[in-house]
Write a new protein. Structure first.
Length: 748
């Protein structure tokens, strides 16, 4: 069977192909769509080949008249049960009126019942005789292997034994979407792809989404002629049928040509979905057309689901062990940091531990006065330039990390030897105090299954894209990249920062008792000490309580319970750390010197909104940002004030759809006034005098999360600039927060 005359295939829009609505099926069976009354609404055009009934003549006829009374009676109970979902369900094996035997799969989707009939030789139902030996043997051997790679190799071997295909690969998608072949079982005559990578472009994003939804896909013969549906439009929806879950769904002509170029005429893919994400695939290839019975496919699909669960379990165990090791190092470092009065000097004493904590090659501490380094680091001038770049990019209040610094920061191109990777932890929100870890370049070679760049065109030219024709090994040497930072290293660095700020806060309080100029800070601390103790008590109790529960359940085999305890401990620690962080920031506001420069307020507001982007996913927010004037102010302080006001507006419009947040300014000869208005919950004006106080809340913490320090910071920042802050509201109808900056604040 052939596809007819060869025509050029355009891959330039392959990511937009209607792969869910191809309008046709593979011809090794036929498809009917049915109404709830089991009347035929559509039929595949190859119906006459299998039943001798013209597809057009079958429309609007009862199912029994098309496939035969006996076959229809066998299927009626399952089709009319109302229990069919979007996953194909095996209804059994039937014999049509012409004596042909079919396995029947059915599912409900797109407003119709979809019945698929796959031709088989046997007249008895599928026995699933392949399922139990395969899964039983696999489960027996699972506990004998430790690594994910060994599990994948075991799965590849078992799937090949069941399918009889010539080559079975298991590959994992990396963070860029490239597939890495980690296991392979093959006949001697087949080419090996073990250890090679397939570029992300081989599987467009919409295909990955479909792999996640529909866990198995089979192509009997890449040279098949598609059988279109008659009529082509779904009579219920008036649009082409969504065949996402149909086993017979026709596939993209581009993919079929890709298979032929690869020397593969039959293929099966089983999706490995871990925690709801497409982790990888079991990919089966055969050089010749190869039908595969439903029961064998089911066995492979079940094995794929078990493999995905095993992968998740192994990865979770490895992740937990890694986090415990890093946390153990962090606790030891914090213990050493409390022994002396000068935190910076204390940190110099734990340089070796800091290197091991982040698996780095070099570490540096940057303060206003000095740069301290340990290990293999760039020179002091380069480090100072990196800190300046971090400040300009708005990374002064969060942990920054990259394994390709030269891609983001042009000045790092000459530093790749020892600073291809960077993790930067700001120690202060108001000073340029940083802890920097550097990772060296790791030059490595990737072996691709074919040159992934062979389709690239010269700048300014167009290229006709076609499926890759070469899968010969092609090696690429990668430069300027370090080992990636582990998510646990990044998260625990954030916790380390919070703990470090807590130590710094303790030191600040001790110094306040000795310094006369901090008398006002002492009075403020006395005024809100009760609120601090109250707000910190709840998360600390959670930490202690869930830690006790975790210790009591140490012998339990229930990973879900342990994971829940650890999650509660982590969230409570994060809340306590945020309280300490914000309190230290408030304390620093009264001591740090202003560094006024001309500030582009439009750019500053845009930067704040961009910084919140990750937390705004799923929210419908209408931003109304009017042109804003430039002012002379300290950009770091002002950024924090504006960020707090915008964050409040986002938080208190959480129950609005859409949320409307407006920012505008007014200016006269004396001052510039900025306004941030929202359509959120608002507040009672009777309590407006409490609004800008530390740890003062006008709403319950259960309704709107927060530490109660943000608006106090806004007022302190504005007042240090010689301005004022105020607010107006009508409860339930939104609020407007305003602050002024004097126009005569001089440049230094």
């Amino acid at each position: 069977m052939t596809t007819g005359p060869s025509v050029p295939l355009d891959l330039s829009s392959c990511d937009k192909e209607p792969i869910r609505t191809p309008g046709s099926i593979q011809p090794h069976g036929f498809l009917l769509t049915l109404s709830a009354q089991l009347t035929v609404l559509q039929a595949s055009a190859n119906l006459s080949r299998w039943l001798g009934v013209d597809a057009g003549a079958a429309i609007d006829r009862p199912l029994a008249e098309v496939i035969g009374e006996a076959a229809s009676a066998r299927l009626t109970a399952g089709l009319a049960s109302g229990k069919l979902g979007n996953r194909p369900f095996y209804l059994g094996t039937v014999t049509a009126g012409n004596g042909q035997h079919f396995d029947v799969l059915a599912h409900a989707w797109d407003g119709v019942l979809v019945a698929e009939f796959e031709a088989v030789e046997r007249d008895a139902p599928a026995g699933f005789r392949e399922l139990y030996p395969l899964l039983g043997d696999f489960l027996l051997k699972v506990n004998e292997v430790d690594s994910v790679e060994s599990l994948a190799m075991l799965a590849a071997h078992h799937v090949r034994m069941v399918t009889g295909y010539g080559r079975v690969m298991v590959y994992q998608f990396d963070r860029d979407g490239h597939g890495h072949v980690m296991a392979e079982s093959k006949e001697d005559s087949y080419h090996s792809y073990m250890g090679q990578r397939f570029p992300a472009s081989d599987i467009p994003s919409q295909a990955r989404e479909l792999y996640t939804l529909s866990r198995i896909r089979l192509i009997h013969d890449a040279n098949y002629t598609p059988a279109p549906l008659v009529p082509p439009q779904n009579p219920i929806t008036g649009a082409p049928n969504d065949l996402s879950f149909a086993a017979l769904r026709s596939v993209s002509p581009v993919h079929l040509q890709y298979m032929r170029n690869m020397g593969t005429l039959a293929s099966m893919s089983v999706s490995l979905v871990v925690k709801g994400q497409l982790w990888g695939l079991i990919s089966c290839h055969n050089a010749e057309p190869a039908p595969l019975a439903f029961e064998k496919r089911t066995a492979c699909e079940q094995l794929g689901q078990i493999l995905a669960l095993c992968i998740e379990s192994r990865e979770d165990a490895s992740e937990l062990q890694f986090r415990l090791e890093v946390r153990r190092m962090m606790v030891a470092m914090l213990g050493n940091l409390t022994k002396g009065a000068d935190i910076i000097d204390n940190m110099r004493g734990i340089f070796p531990e800091l290197l091991r904590f982040a698996r780095a090659g070099g570490v540096a501490i940057v303060t206003d006065e000095r740069v301290l380094t340990y290990g293999d680091t760039p020179d002091e001038e380069s480090i100072a330039d990196i800190v300046g770049w971090l400040e300009q990019q708005g990374h002064g209040a969060e942990v920054f990390h990259t394994d390709a610094l030269s891609v983001l920061y042009r000045g790092a191109a000459r530093l790749t030897r020892n600073a291809s990777g960077l993790m930067a932890m700001p120690i202060s929100r108001v000073h340029k105090h940083y802890l920097l870890w550097f990772r060296p370049e790791v030059v490595h070679t990737i072996e691709w299954a074919g040159n992934p760049h062979e389709k690239e065109a010269a700048p300014g030219t167009l290229v006709q894209l076609t499926p890759r024709t070469s899968f010969a090994a092609w090696r690429e040497e990668i430069h300027g990249i370090s080992l990636p930072w582990h998510i646990a290293e990044i998260e625990l660095t954030g916790e380390f920062r919070s703990a470090l700020l807590g130590i710094a806060l303790e030191r600040a309080e001790q110094m306040a008792e000795l310094a006369e100029e901090l008398g006002r800070a002492n009075k403020e601390l006395e005024a809100f000490s009760y609120s601090v103790s109250h707000d910190l008590r709840a998360p600390l109790r959670h930490i202690v309580g869930f830690s006790d529960l975790l210790l009591e359940s140490s012998g339990s085999e229930d990973p879900t319970m342990r994971k829940r305890f650890l999650t509660n401990i982590k969230e409570s620690a994060r809340l306590a750390g945020k309280l300490v962080d914000d309190l230290l920031s408030f304390s620093q506001m009264g001591r740090a010197a202003l560094r006024p420069v001309e500030v582009d307020m439009s750019h500053l507001v845009a930067s704040c909104i961009d910084k919140m982007a990750m937390d705004l996913q799923g929210r419908n927010i209408e931003w109304q940002i009017e042109p804003l004037p430039r002012v002379v102010a300290d950009p770091t302080f002002l950024h924090l004030a504006v960020f707090n006001l915008l964050s409040n507006a986002v938080k208190f419009t959480g129950q609005r759809d859409p949320a409307v947040i407006r920012v505008w300014a007014e200016q006269d000869a004396l001052e510039t006034v900025f306004h941030v208005a929202d359509n959120g919950a608002g507040f009672n004006m009777d309590y407006v005098h409490k609004l800008f106080g530390v740890f003062q809340r006008l709403h319950r913490m259960e309704d709107f999360q927060g530490t109660g320090i943000g608006l106090a910071n806004v007022r302190r920042i504005v007042e240090r600039h010689g301005g004022r802050a105020w607010a107006e509201s009508s409860q339930g109808r939104g609020a407007t927060f305003s602050f002024s900056i004097p126009r005569k604040l001089a440049l230094p």
